[in-house]
Design a protein around this ligand. Structure first.
Ligand SMILES: Nc1ncnc2c1ncn2[C@@H]1O[C@H](COP(=O)(O)OP(=O)(O)O)[C@@H](O)[C@H]1O
Ligand SMILES: [Mg+2]
Length: 265
C-alpha cells in the first residue's frame, strides 16, 4: 500500500461519482448520484434490492457507462485512468457454476494479472498470492478445485484474488452474501487488516453485520438516488429511519438473522 508517484494529491477522493446518471436498457438506474470515498475511508453502500448499488460500483470501475456525470479514480477521470493495479474489485457473486474447474491458487493468481501483464508470475507475485491465501484462511486449500468449495469459501477466493493485486482501493459488492458465519468472521478480520494497512474500501452491503465496527460512513441508495450519506445507520431505532416501509418479524430468534438496519429492505 503506497501512495505511488501520482501527480494527484491525497486530497482527491480515491473514488468519486459526480451527478452520475446511468440507464440499463430503457430503465434509468442511477439518477444523479454523488458519492466520494476518501483515502483510508471505509464506506458502505446500502439500499434495497434494485436500488442501484451494483450499478453504482460497476459504473465506478467503468463497467457501466454514464449518460451524464463523471467518475474519477485517484483524481483521474475514468476515461484516462490506467492504473488498474491500484484497484481490487470483488463482483457480486452469482449462483452460476463456473465451467472450467480452476484451482484456488489459479483464481487467486489471476488477481496479479494487472501487474504481470500476462507474463510469468515472479517471486513477488507468488508471495503476494500466498499472503492473500493466508489472509482469507485458504492457504491449505490452494490446490483444490474451486468447485469443491462452499459458498463462503468461494467468496473468500474472490476476495483473495482482489487482495493478491495489493490494491489501494478495494471495491466489493455484497461480499457477505450467502457466506456462513465462520467465513464472515474471517472476512471481517481480513478487511480490518487491509484497513489497518491503509486501504480505502467501498463495499456494497445488504446489512452491516460483523463489518459494522469497520464502517466509517454509509451511503444509502433509494431508486437510484442517494437517500442518506453520513454515519452508518444504527440497528436500534430502525423503525424511525427512512426506507423502513414494511414489517419484519419482531420475535425472531437471536441468531436467526444478522443485524438489520431497517434501511435496506
Ligand atoms: N443488465 C441489466 N439490464 C437491465 N436492467 C438491469 C440490469 N441489471 C440490473 N438492472 C436493473 O437495474 C436496477 C438496479 O440494479 P442493481 O444496480 O443491480 O441494484 P442493486 O445492486 O441495488 O440490487 C434493478 O431494477 C435491476 O432490475
Ligand atoms: Mg447488487
Amino acid at each position: 500500500m503506497n501512495a505511488g508517484a501520482s501527480p494527484r494529491t491525497d486530497a482527491d477522493p480515491v473514488v468519486s461519482l459526480t451527478d452520475a446518471v446511468a440507464a440499463l436498457g430503457a430503465r434509468p438506474v442511477l439518477r444523479g448520484i454523488d458519492l466520494a470515498v476518501h483515502r483510508g475511508e471505509v464506506v458502505a453502500l446500502l439500499g434495497a434490492n434494485g436500488s442501484g448499488k451494483s450499478t453504482a460500483v460497476r459504473a465506478a470501475i467503468g463497467q457501466v457507462p454514464l449518460t451524464r456525470g463523471e467518475v474519477r479514480l485517484f483524481g483521474t477521470p475514468l476515461r484516462r485512468f490506467r492504473a488498474w493495479s491500484r484497484v481490487g474489485y470483488v463482483p457480486q457473486r452469482t449462483t452460476a457454476a463456473g465451467g472450467v474447474p480452476a484451482t484456488v491458487r489459479e483464481v487467486v493468481s489471476s488477481g496479479r494479472l494487472s501487474r504481470t501483464r500476462l507474463g510469468p508470475l515472479r517471486k513477488a507475485d507468488r508471495e503476494a498470492v500466498d499472503r492473500a491465501l493466508e489472509a482469507v484462511g485458504l492457504a491449505d486449500r490452494a490446490k483444490d478445485s474451486v468447485n469443491a468449495l462452499s459458498g463462503g469459501q468461494h467468496q473468500r477466493v474472490l476476495i483473495a484474488r482482489a487482495l493478491a493485486g495489493e490494491p489501494e482501493l478495494l471495491i466489493m459488492d455484497e461480499p457477505m452474501a450467502g457466506v456462513d458465519l465462520a467465513s464472515q468472521e474471517v472476512l471481517a478480520e481480513t478487511l480490518r487488516a487491509q484497513v489497518d494497512a491503509g486501504a480505502t474500501v467501498l463495499l456494497v452491503l445488504h446489512e452491516l453485520g460483523p463489518l459494522e465496527p469497520l464502517i466509517d460512513r454509509a451511503v444509502v441508495l433509494r431508486d437510484g438516488c442517494v437517500a442518506h450519506d453520513g454515519p452508518p445507520p444504527k440497528a436500534v431505532g430502525q423503525h424511525a429511519l427512512p426506507g423502513h416501509d414494511h414489517v419484519h418479524p419482531h420475535a425472531a430468534p437471536e441468531n436467526a438473522d444478522p443485524i438489520r438496519t431497517g434501511l435496506l429492505d
